[in-house]
Ligand binder design. Structure first.
Ligand code: ATP
Length: 533
């Protein structure tokens, strides 16, 4: 299903005359594999594959130009040939290698225009719109897909948008991971379309901000999402890529318990001894998610993705709030560096998880954990499960009934009040510690406290009041019977899946505004921005 490298000239020629839909018929029905073969193609043959006479004339002219050595636009090669050119301060071995898609048995391919029909609009981004669609395979089977169409002017797609679109395609073609959105193929039509795996439940951000009566997500499911994200990001890092746009808006829900990293428009290859990508010019970047070195020097690395992971964690536990809302972009860097401010701990984020976010926000990239480390740290911070042993009706307390599953967010042996989430109602709040017993997970007795209670380094720098600290006695949980230090993810995953068993409803609500500002380090210091990237 993949185009042969030897027939790319044909693709190029046809696309240049807006006749890309005839690529397969010309190749397969007329057996044209070399330019000379057209000498034996009669107008009736072209009629036979449905090409009208005006189109035939365009093709003849284009062929003449091609044979006389005048090179048409070469963007098709860019689709199949790797990253579009851009300024880079570093080089990688992958730069010199063609990134032709490998026939790996997957579904990455050129898809005939007629095989994809677009349905309802899912949303729109910087350079196009995304529709839900149906892709009909040659064997008649249909697959629900998402179709991203490149917005085009009257002259067709041009410039940065085309470059970004093609870059996104060429990157996605080479990725395969359970938590990375899969590209199925490309439609070389008008408009140019990317056919992707459909994430039927939309973005995590939309789900987080869905209005009542949609309940909040189970805390344990958020932890599972973080684990999935760390795994996907470790995979991208191992492939020498930096995402640069990690945020809940770019995490799509493929199922109620599965997120997929999406939106590869800002992905770049890492290079050089430092494994960095340095921006060459002003491009929109998601300012409030960015690490200081990205804002200062336009430098991105796996460590700056880790910083963004911390902001994404913060978004998840703050119900999809916008980070640094109300703070002008040029002040964010100042607050991060001069005031050493950090996003505050969301009320229902445990100290253990918040301490992970703070580690992601270490000023020096080298001090941040790697994504592989993060997977382990998240496991350590996994919340305990408990069960309610009596009805709780006290005013101000989290309502619960005997038998309700309770996720413990914060608690300590010396405290009479704990904080948690009711797995039946998904409501969160404080409750009397005596009302809940910890669930025995079936492992050996553990002695370690589940949550460290010591004040977190950096918490004092946070930007807003930390109401939770007033309840500072919520520290270490009692040694939980059966609580194990390293409960396997599989087991945790099962718990998360169960926790979600109450249908969350189709995500609703609109994406909140988020800021992707054209800013550079120089601009943030009051000087003009970078030259174009
Ligand atoms: P930008 O591309 O400018 O970074 P974006 O991420 O909002 O912004 P797109 O990637 O074009 O833009 O996506 C537009 C919308 O379509 C988003 O709201 C996203 O949630 C939705 N969307 C994108 N891809 C899919 C998909 N595979 N399945 C379901 N929804 C999708």
């Amino acid at each position: 299903m993949l185009p042969e490298a030897s027939s790319l000239w044909l693709l190029q020629l046809l696309r240049d005359t807006q006749l890309a839909q005839f690529y397969r018929p010309i190749l397969e029905e007329l057996n044209v594999t070399r330019p000379e073969h057209f000498d034996f193609v009669r107008p009736e043959d072209l009629d036979g594959i449905g090409m009208g006479r005006p189109a035939q004339r365009r093709l003849a002219e284009s062929l003449k130009r091609y044979r006389s050595g005048i090179k048409p636009k070469n963007w098709v090669y860019k689709i199949l040939g790797g990253f579009a050119p851009e300024q880079r301060k570093t080089t990688t071995p992958s730069e010199s290698l063609p990134v032709l898609p490998e026939p790996d048995g997957g579904l990455k391919c050129l898809i005939p225009e007629g095989a994809v029909c677009r349905g309802k609009l899912l949303g729109s981004g910087c350079f196009g719109v995304v529709h839900q669609g149906l892709w009909t395979l040659p064997n008649g089977q249909t697959i629900p897909v998402a179709v991203k169409s490149l917005r085009a002017g009257p002259e067709g797609p041009v410039g940065t948008e085309l470059g970004d679109f093609l870059r996104e395609v060429s990157i996605m073609m080479n990725l395969e991971h359970p938590h990375v959105l899969q590209l199925h193929g490309l439609v070389l039509g008008q408009p140019l379309q990317m056919v992707m795996e459909l994430a039927p439940l939309g973005s995590l951000h939309a789900r987080l901000t869905a209005p009542a009566p949609t309940p909040p997500l189970p805390v344990v499911l958020l932890c599972l999402f973080l684990r999935q994200l760390a795994g996907a990001m470790a995979y991208l890092g191992a492939r020498g890529l930096v995402h640069r746009d990690l945020a809940t808006r770019n995490l799509l829900l493929a199922s109620p318990q599965t997120i997929k990293v999406a939106d590869f428009g800002l992905v770049r290859p890492l290079g050089g001894a430092h494994g960095r990508y340095v921006m060459g010019g002003p491009r929109p970047i998601p300012y409030a998610w960015c690490a200081p070195e990205s804002l200062h020097q336009g430098a991105f690395s796996s460590a700056s993705d880790v910083w963004m992971f911390g902001v994404t964690l913060w978004e998840m536990f703050s119900g999809g709030e916008e980070p640094w809302a109300g703070v002008p972009p040029y002040l964010i860097l100042h607050r991060l560096e001069k005031e050493r401010a950090r996003l505050p701990r969301p009320p229902f984020c445990s100290r253990a998880l918040y301490s992970i976010a703070l580690r992601c926000w270490a000023p020096h990239p080298a001090d941040r954990p790697s994504f592989a480390n993060l997977e382990g740290l998240l496991q350590e911070a996994w919340p305990c499960e408990g069960r309610c042993v009596r009805d709780v009706t006290e005013s101000g307390a989290l309502r619960m009934e005997s038998g309700d599953p309770i996720t413990i967010i914060e608690g300590s042996p010396d405290s009479t009040t704990w904080k948690g989430q009711n797995g039946r109602t998904f409501k969160m709040g404080n409750f009397p510690a005596s009302a809940v017993t910890l669930v025995d997970l079936g492992g050996p007795l553990a002695t370690r406290p589940v949550h460290r209670g010591s004040p977190l380094r950096g918490e004092r720098h946070q930007g807003s009041t930390d109401r939770d600290r007033e309840k500072a006695n919520l520290r270490n949980l009692p040694a939980a019977r059966g609580q194990r230090r390293n409960v396997p993810l599989q087991k945790m995953k099962g718990r998360a899946e169960r926790a979600w068993s109450h249908p969350p409803g189709v995500p609703g609500g609109s994406e909140s505004l988020w800021r992707r500002c054209v800013y550079s380090h120089s601009e943030s210091q009051g000087r003009p921005p970078f030259p174009p990237e």
